[in-house]
Design a protein around this ligand. Structure first.
Ligand SMILES: [Zn+2]
Length: 252
């Protein structure tokens, strides 16, 4: 039987992971991280890399006739996301609590994400793609596009430019240069993380979003198929699973 290395370095034009000590993941909705990146986060966690999350909305528009008030839904979905984070070793989660379904790319959103970047000082930021993919329209929710665009703008130039949002300096958040960004759900990914060893942890994290999952086996089959197709595209051996990103170098 083949033995696997405990950690398989990402395949792609990445900086050496030795340089990556802190990671921040910025997404629009609870469960976005777990569909796209929970395997990668689990791998980072096993490497002792510190990961934080920033959730722009708390999914307050994400329940169909669940009988909950908006505040109850926010509480439920944040508790699900926090439980999912714990499965992959993430305790530190920023909830910005903006309105689900109404996220716009603007200076206000850039400022909010810049504040979190300057607080967490990540080497690597993982976020959503600002580019709409017509073939996979669900990945291109308008909230995802806005968060992707705002996060890239917050990474460069806002977080590293002390003149951007100067009141942040008064709040104690000094300029910070992120080294790289990995974009999720990109049409042409070039960075692949082999998550075969942690696919069960990814699914366990995903299943913590109980209010959003009707049929666990159906979700498992769908996620395994996605991750298997990505592994195939990456050229990994048969029977493996992967998550994919577009790499953007920010600093050398
Ligand atoms: Zn989403």
């Amino acid at each position: 039987m083949e033995t696997q290395a405990p950690f398989v370095l990402p395949v792609g034009p990445n900086p050496d992971l030795q340089d990556i000590k802190r990671v921040l993941v910025v997404v629009a909705h609870p469960d976005d991280i777990d569909y796209g990146s929970a395997g990668t986060i689990a791998m980072f966690n096993e490497q002792g890399i510190q990961v934080s999350y920033c959730l722009v909305t708390s999914g307050d528009a994400g329940g169909d006739s669940d009988g909950l008030t908006k505040d109850q839904r926010i509480e439920l979905r944040e508790s699900e996301q926090s439980a999912a984070g714990r499965i992959v070793g993430v305790e530190n989660i920023h909830y910005l609590r903006m309105s689900d379904g109404q996220i716009e790319f603007n200076l206000d959103l850039r400022e909010k994400i810049t504040r979190v970047i300057r607080k967490e000082k990540p080497d690597l930021v993982i976020s959503q793609s600002p580019q709409r993919i017509y073939e996979r329209i669900y990945a291109s929710h308008p909230d995802h596009l806005a968060v992707g665009e705002a996060t890239l703008s917050a990474v460069y130039p806002d977080a590293q430019n002390p003149h951007a949002f100067p009141h942040l300096l008064d709040e104690g958040y000094s300029a910070h240069g992120v080294k790289a960004v990995w974009v999720v759900s990109h049409k042409n990914p070039d960075t692949f993380v082999n998550i075969t060893n942690v696919i069960e942890r990814k699914l366990e994290a995903l299943f913590k979003h109980e209010s959003q999952i009707e049929d666990k086996e159906q979700t498992r089959a769908m996620v395994e198929k996605w991750c298997s197709d990505i592994a195939k595209a990456a050229g990994f051996e048969k029977g493996q699973f992967a998550e994919a990103y577009k790499f953007i170098q920010i600093a050398h």
